[in-house]
Design a protein around this ligand. Structure first.
Ligand code: GDP
Ligand code: MG
Length: 686
């Protein structure tokens, strides 16, 4: 009945219910095919058909090992409700070689791998696959079911022992010194019909195992390693399925409980056996391990798990990055367009914590060091994107602050100038200072609104310094503009005062001190303007000595130029002629006591006239040139530094114009004389 003999009684699988529904054939997957190709569907199966990919660590993996046709698939189907192919006893041919996988029914979060194709009769080609599937199964499974006939127990040189030797060998290669996975080897002894108790069978198998372990050449450093460091051994036997079908089914149900009942003391999935592979990384991991196995490359699981962690952390990060970017996307063009988007900080912060949360939820299950590193990189990537956007916003704020400060700054200064006039009201520093504080507070608020965590403080220190520098520079510009306005204003008011006074002075040219009077008025007005300038510089906080001196000099030079301009207006042709005629008439028509003259025939009109005319004409040179000697202001070196020479400005009427005016005055005088003569003749003829 054993070994090469095939069962003759039809399989009762479909007729004898085992208490749970059989799964549809559609859910099983040929994980590795006859050509040793790994299926590209595992990920889909994990997600859709098995719905295990979100299980995290809450799933278990079982693999079965044993000679061909020892009822492995039959057993798995009993235990897990799977539908692995069972050899048809009529055909007596081997089922498809390869590794099959399925999920347990009834919500059992267990992945079962059925390894086909091991046949003790055909060594050689099969040995290669045997070794590879052993490596793979051991890498993946927490529990390795080793299936054998009772009659095979104790056949130390039989196929089973060769297989177990392979298992132990590859185990050392896989786990080495890492000890990160212990595996339960669960011997299932089939067709237990002899009276030999299970304990004895177990003892025999244990001894065999220890012997194999002892004979195994172990890598250096692991010479003293014990079998029990790597494996737990567990044993069960089943009644003969064909001879005792009911007992067999009953035993199968009992055995199934060890895989489902977490509270049972026989529960097989102990934490010690857990492979550190989260369900969402299982597909990738399984494939990577298989590729290594197939290509005979060195395979150690710690490295594989690190690689898996890297791969998965990257995948998880990429997935978490998408909604993060999507959340920021609508804001991006607005920020780029220069807008200050108030919600940027809150939206960015929320998207950031959500992304980190999503990353953590999945990635935290992976290799701790890799996870920590990838997490830091991920957070850095998020912060990088946020910072770029935030920086854009801060730059926008900087630009807006600059604009606001300079326009509002000059506006308030203009308003203050209008309202306050010269002396009253708030000063420059106060007015500009309040705008500056407002702008700075606004900018600080924009920056604070962009903070995503405590580390964000000082993130825009450079931009804040830039803002301060800008505020300083703009304040300086506003101050310059303010002082220009002050200069202009002082010159305007001074010109108004002087205009009247010079005109008065020039209207009474006869008095000796005409220029002294003009200069006196100039000095007084200049001193008053200077005092006001000092006060305005004080208020505008013009601290720099050179700047102060330059402003003073500009004021005084300006005042002088204004005076010269005023005087030039006063000595325009008509004005001069008017004044000369006035003087002539004064002297000719009025006597010394200011009474109008009445000419008598005896009067020497000609002589009188000649005298009056020459004294009027003598005024012309007086008007033609400023005499600045009476001015004390002009001699103040601080106002007019030594480089300044007023001489070229002193001439009001040039030589040719002077001669022309003399001629024109002469003609007017002649006309006046004739008129006087005619009047006299008229009087005498009456
Ligand atoms: P596998 O090749 O190890 O997967 O074996 P199968 O499950 O395909 O079973 C091979 C044959 O053995 C089938 O005809 C089964 O009906 C039969 N069989 C299954 N379980 C037992 C058992 O416990 N005892 C005996 N005698 N035959 C069994
Ligand atoms: Mg099978």
């Amino acid at each position: 009945l054993h070994g090469t003999m095939k069962p003759v009684v039809p399989d009762t699988e479909h007729r004898i219910g085992s208490g749970f529904p059989l799964q549809s054939k559609l859910t099983r997957l040929q994980l590795v095919d006859e050509e040793q190709q790994f299926s590209d569907k595992l990920s889909d199966y994990m997600q859709q058909r098995w719905q295990l990919s979100t299980a995290g660590f809450d799933y278990d993996v079982v693999a079965v090992f044993g000679s061909q046709s020892t009822g492995k698939s039959t057993l798995l189907n009993r235990l897990f409700g799977t539908r692995f192919d069972v050899m048809d006893e009529g055909q007596r041919q081997q089922t498809t070689r390869g590794i099959w996988a399925d999920r347990g029914t009834d919500g059992m979060p267990v992945l079962i791998m059925d390894v086909e194709g091991t046949d003790g009769r055909e060594r050689g080609e099969n040995q290669d696959f045997e070794r590879k599937s052993a490596l793979f199964s051991l890498a993946m499974a927490e529990v390795l079911l080793v299936n054998m006939w009772e009659t095979m127990v104790g056949l130390y040189n039989g196929a089973n022992m060769g297989l177990l030797k392979t298992v132990m060998e590859v185990n050392l290669q896989l786990f080495g010194g890492g000890r990160e996975g212990k595996t339960l080897i669960y011997f299932v002894i089939r067709d237990h019909v002899s009276p030999t108790p299970l304990e004895n069978l177990a003892k025999t198998l244990c001894k065999d195992m220890e012997r194999i372990w002892a004979e195994l050449s172990k890598p250096s450093g692991l010479e003293t390693a014990e079998l029990s460091d790597y494996f737990d051994l567990k044993f069960v036997s089943l009644p003969h399925k064909l001879l005792q079908p009911e007992e067999f089914e009953e035993a199968a149900i009992g055995l199934r409980r060890q895989f489902t009942d977490k509270d049972s003391k026989d529960y097989v999935f102990r934490p010690a056996y857990k492979r550190q592979v989260p369900a969402d990384g299982f597909a990738h991991y399984a494939q990577a391990v298989w590729e290594k196995v197939v290509s005979n490359k060195d395979l150690d699981l710690p490295t594989q798990q690190e690689l898996l962690a890297q791969y998965r952390c990257d995948e998880i990060a990429a997935a978490a990055l998408e909604p993060f970017r999507a959340a920021l996307e609508p804001l991006r063009p607005r920020v780029r367009a220069g807008e200050i988007v108030d919600a940027l900080g809150s939206v960015g912060g929320a998207a950031r914590s959500q992304a980190i949360k999503e990353f953590d939820e999945q990635a935290a299950r992976y290799h701790a060091a890799v996870y920590a590193k990838k997490r830091a990189a991920f957070v850095q990537a998020l912060d990088g994107e946020l910072h770029a956007l935030a920086l854009n916003q801060v730059k926008n704020a900087l630009a807006q602050a600059t604009e606001t400060f300079s326009t509002e700054g000059s506006q308030v200064l203009e308003d203050a100038a209008k309202n306050d006039g010269d002396d009253a009201g708030k000063g420059f520093a106060e007015v500009v200072g309040s705008v500056r504080r407002r702008v700075r507070a606004w900018f600080d608020k924009v920056v604070a609104g962009l903070a995503v965590d405590e580390d964000s403080a000082g993130a825009f220190a450079a931009e804040t310094r830039q803002l301060e520098a800008m505020l300083d520079a703009t304040t300086a510009k506003l101050r310059t503009a303010e002082m220009e306005r002050v200069l202009e204003q002082l010159r305007r008011t001074t010109r108004e005062t002087l205009s009247e006074e010079t005109s008065d002075q020039l209207n009474s040219p006869g008095s000796d001190g005409m220029w002294a009077g003009v200069m006196g008025a100039f000095d007084t007005a200049s001193q008053r303007a200077d005092e006001q300038l000092q006060r305005r510089m004080e208020r505008a906080e013009v601290a720099d000595g050179d700047t102060r001196r330059r402003l003073e000099q500009r004021l005084h030079r300006g005042l002088w130029e204004d005076l010269v301009a005023l005087l030039r207006e006063e000595v325009a042709d008509q004005m001069v002629l008017l004044r000369l005629r006035g003087a002539l008439e004064d002297r000719f028509r009025y006597d010394a006591s200011g009474l109008p003259r009445v000419w008598r025939p005896t009067d020497d009109i000609d002589a009188h006239f000649a005298q009056a005319r020459s004294s009027a004409q003598a005024l012309l040179p007086l008007f033609s040139r400023i005499d600045p000697t009476a001015s004390r202001v002009l001699t103040v070196d601080a106002y007019f530094p030594s480089g300044f020479d007023p001489t070229p400005t002193l001439t009001l009427i040039s030589g040719s114009r002077l001669r022309d005016l003399a001629r024109r005055f002469g003609r007017e005088a002649d006309a006046l004389y004739l008129e006087a003569k005619r009047a006299l003749v008229a009087t005498q003829s009456h």
